[in-house]
Ligand binder design. Structure first.
Ligand code: SAM
Length: 282
């Protein structure tokens, strides 16, 4: 790494210490973005110099990051399940925790079956698009209440050259009653309204509607779980992401709604993060 690059990264890292848990990484990503190079380039070109315009652009991004603006919004992209997705302030920044939900869904989807899957609250489209990319035979329908999210998700589907049907809908409201789905997946907003977490880190920069459904944090999960039996085939599967402290109420909601074999899995931080259940046959 050249002395100049090293100095720029150290300067930004120090400024980010108060607003980011990944200060050095953020600094490197933003500088590489200004240079229009991959991050590894910073380490592999010891003679690299920063032009004045690049330095100015970097300084501007560093100030934006400190507001704070998520790095994904500044770069306009974020990696999820080893694929790159466009990311804008219209939608929640994809989280690594959500890879668990995708992994659980993929384990249940045979490669040779054209199952029907619904992703409720698709945001950037990461869940729907990743599932379709990994299992091309699937019929995938994805919804969001926010048209700006749907526009972004459509762009991401085009980026990855997959066909997903997108519908603007308040959860199930505009979904056809038939044909039913073999699987419903959702990462809904689940933070309790007014929780101090909502004012921490990058969260104030993300859409509130993507983070919290209101008072208890369970309102969206309640609707999704309670109405799922009306849209699932008997024996169909429901998989939802939820808060680390929502395992018990989610299991309770699922059992009450008629789901069997209900279980919860933990994310990479070993926190309970996604629950699934199988709809009982009548
Ligand atoms: C936690 S974000 C998840 C986004 C994306 N699926 C992901 O995993 O990154 C929740 C999404 O639900 C959407 N949403 C919130 N309320 C909704 C509602 N009533 N009906 C449909 N979608 C809703 C938000 O716009 C947001 O995109």
């Amino acid at each position: 790494m050249s002395e100049q690059i090293d100095k720029a990264i150290r300067w930004a890292t120090e400024l980010f210490e108060t607003c980011s848990e990944s200060a050095r990484l953020d600094a490197e990503l933003l500088l590489a973005h200004c240079l229009q190079k991959p991050r590894s380039f910073l380490y592999s070109w010891p003679e690299m110099k920063l032009s004045d315009s690049c330095w100015q652009r970097f300084q501007a991004l560093v100030q934006q990051r400190r507001r704070p603006t998520p790095v994904a919004y500044l770069l306009g992209k974020r990696e999820f399940y080893s694929m790159e997705y466009a990311s804008t302030p219209a939608a929640l920044v994809p989280r690594p925790e959500t890879e668990l939900l995708v992994e659980l869904a993929l384990r249940q989807i045979p490669r040779d079956q054209a199952l029907r899957i619904c992703d409720l609250g698709t945001g950037t489209g990461i869940i729907a698009i990743t599932l379709k990319k990994q299992r091309p035979l699937l019929h995938v329908l994805a919804t969001d209440i926010d048209p700006a999210c749907l526009a972004l998700a459509r762009d991401n589907a085009r980026l990855h050259a997959v066909q997903v049907q997108f519908i603007e809908s308040d959860w199930y409201q505009n979904l056809p009653a038939e044909p039913r789905f073999d699987m419903i997946v959702s990462n809904p907003p689940y933070v309790a309204g007014g929780h101090p977490f909502l004012s921490q880190g990058d969260l104030p920069a993300e859409p509130t509607i993507a983070l919290t459904p209101g008072n208890s944090g369970l309102e969206a999960l309640e609707i999704i779980i309670q109405q799922a039996p009306d849209y699932l085939e008997p024996g169909g599967l429901l998989i939802v992401e939820h808060g680390y402290d929502q395992e018990a109420p989610v299991a309770n909601l699922m059992r009450t709604a008629g789901f069997d074999k209900v279980r919860c899995e933990s994310d990479h931080n070993n926190l309970p993060r996604a629950s699934l259940g199988c709809l009982l046959h009548n």
